[in-house]
Design a protein around this ligand. Structure first.
Ligand code: ATP
Length: 238
């Protein structure tokens, strides 16, 4: 078993005086895919935001042995954490090409950036066709593909994905999740995936945590969670 890339212990998060996460523990293995499941308002988005210093937290967040809690977002990005926020996070007035170049802003290896740029178009051929188009003119699915590609241009160690299936047609979702698997297998990029679509997330992930009102109530291998009676009833619908 490989060691964790990300270890989170006793994590609390707050918006002002609102206490949203109540001491959660979880990890993402090196090269692994962890999913955090839960209903609306459970704290999934907040958990991802906490990983990149975007909310006030208490507790330990350890990336590859280094504490990242309390660090500014900019430093966390430079340490290899890329965030694909809900609502996509592309620069709508910039072209596809420009978005990808912006994604690589921390990198100095020009040849590597160029190779990754081509790689993104191989993953998502539709982006190649639309590379001179403004991101704002793309379909929802294409914008999601661009948001993921932009994050990957950072060459992250850890990719944070917030509800990537949201609002997309089932066929596009299928395509996107197949690419996630391919990227994970080809480049070993670890992923932390937040999803309301539990069935979908549990097919991709190796580990899962179920959040309810800011607390982890069930955790384990994706397979064991898939077979958990209460998860099946409440989140999988069978
Ligand atoms: P959803 O799928 O609806 O986004 P979620 O599991 O991602 O749900 P969060 O968005 O993390 O949940 O929200 C957790 C709790 O924190 C909710 O009760 C929400 O109302 C509250 N919350 C979220 N953002 C803020 C904010 N900026 N200020 C105050 N409270 C917030």
């Amino acid at each position: 078993m490989s060691s964790p890339l990300l270890q989170v212990r006793g994590l609390h998060a707050y918006y002002g005086s609102t206490h949203v996460l109540h001491g959660i523990d979880f990890e993402v293995r090196q090269g692994g895919i962890t999913t955090i499941l839960g209903a609306n308002g459970a704290g999934k988005t907040t958990t991802l935001r906490a990983m990149c210093g975007m909310v006030r937290t208490q507790g330990d967040i350890i990336l590859g042995g280094d504490r990242i809690d309390g660090k500014p977002t900019e430093s966390i990005v430079r340490m290899g954490v890329a965030h694909v926020p809900d609502g996509r996070g592309t620069f709508l007035n910039f072209t596809v090409e420009e978005n990808l170049r912006i994604g690589a802003y921390t990198r100095k290896d020009k040849a590597g950036v160029q190779a990754d740029y081509e790689r993104m178009f191989n993953y998502f051929p539709r982006l190649r066709e639309r590379r001179r188009q403004q991101a704002g003119t793309l379909s929802g699915g294409e914008q999601q593909m661009l948001a993921v590609s932009r994050a990957l241009m950072l060459q992250p160690r850890l990719l944070l994905l917030d509800e990537p299936s949201f609002g997309l047609a089932p066929r596009i979702v299928q395509e996107l999740f197949e690419i996630f698997r391919e990227i994970n297998q080809a480049s070993g990029i670890s992923m932390l995936l937040v999803e309301q679509n539990a069935a979908l997330a549990l097919r991709l992930a190796d580990h899962a945590y179920l959040l309810e009102t800011g607390r982890v109530v069930i955790s384990g291998s994706a397979e064991s969670i898939r077979n958990d009676e209460s998860v099946r009833r409440s989140y999988l619908g069978y």
